[in-house]
Each structure stands twice: as structure tokens, then as C-alpha cells.
Design a protein around this ligand. Sequence first.
Ligand code: THU
Length: 129
Amino acid sequence: MGATQEIPWSELWAAAHEASTGAYAPYSKLSVGAAALTNDGRIVTGCNVENASYGLTLCAECGLVGDLHRTGGGRLVAVAVTDGDGNPLTPCGRCRQLLYEAGGAACQVNETQTVGELLPGAFGPDDLP
Ligand code: THU
């Protein structure tokens, strides 16, 4: 599957909402789920996992990138991120960088934007010697 593949947004929204049910968010009380389509047609997911040492919290997108590599790697084509009610959530700055690494600037986010729009002028693999 390539850049022209149809994005199954309803499936991604449903998978992100479902993933949010696994969230461990006793501190912020904000459950987050993320789901993405990969370039070979898989759907990978993640949820946020908080920690009593707050700064160690893992965002849903971190789990999603782990799931990407755990299940065979490849590239992210489109990502949906929701809260526990299924409402869209924009990725935080650190997660924009994670999505840039795993999907590049063209990766679509929440049906309305791309990673390149969310993280213009990104530092990435091409900037390394
Ligand atoms: N969170 C995510 O999972 N992804 C984001 O892109 C934004 C923030 C989580 C981290 C924390 O558990 C909670 O939302 C509140 O910041």
C-alpha cells in the first residue's frame, strides 16, 4: 500500500477510542488512545501510561510506536488520537517528533492535518551525519 491508499478513518477513530480504555491515567484522569494505519495495511494502537514520577509518563503515541515496531515495523500513514470519550486530541510536541520519525511529514493526523503541518521545519533522520 502506498501514499494513495484510502484511509479508513472510522476504523482508526474506533480503534483509538478502544485503545483509550487501556489507559493508566490516575493522575491527569485524561485517558488517551492512538491508532494508526501502517503502509502495509496494519492498524497499530497505544494508550497513555502515567507514573507517580509525573515526567516519566508515556503518551499514547509512545505505545503506538512501540506497537508499530513490535508487530513488524514499517511506516505510519495516518494516525488518530482521542480522549476517553472519543474526541480528537492533538499530539503533544514530543509525540509530533515521534510521529515524524515513524511516518514522516506526509503522515496524516486526525483527518485534518499532516505531521509536517504540526511540526514545520522538523529535525529528523536526514539531519544526522
Ligand atoms: N497525552 C498523550 O497520551 N498524548 C498526547 O499527545 C498528549 C498528552 C497524555 C499524557 C498524560 O497521561 C495525559 O495525556 C495528560 O497530559
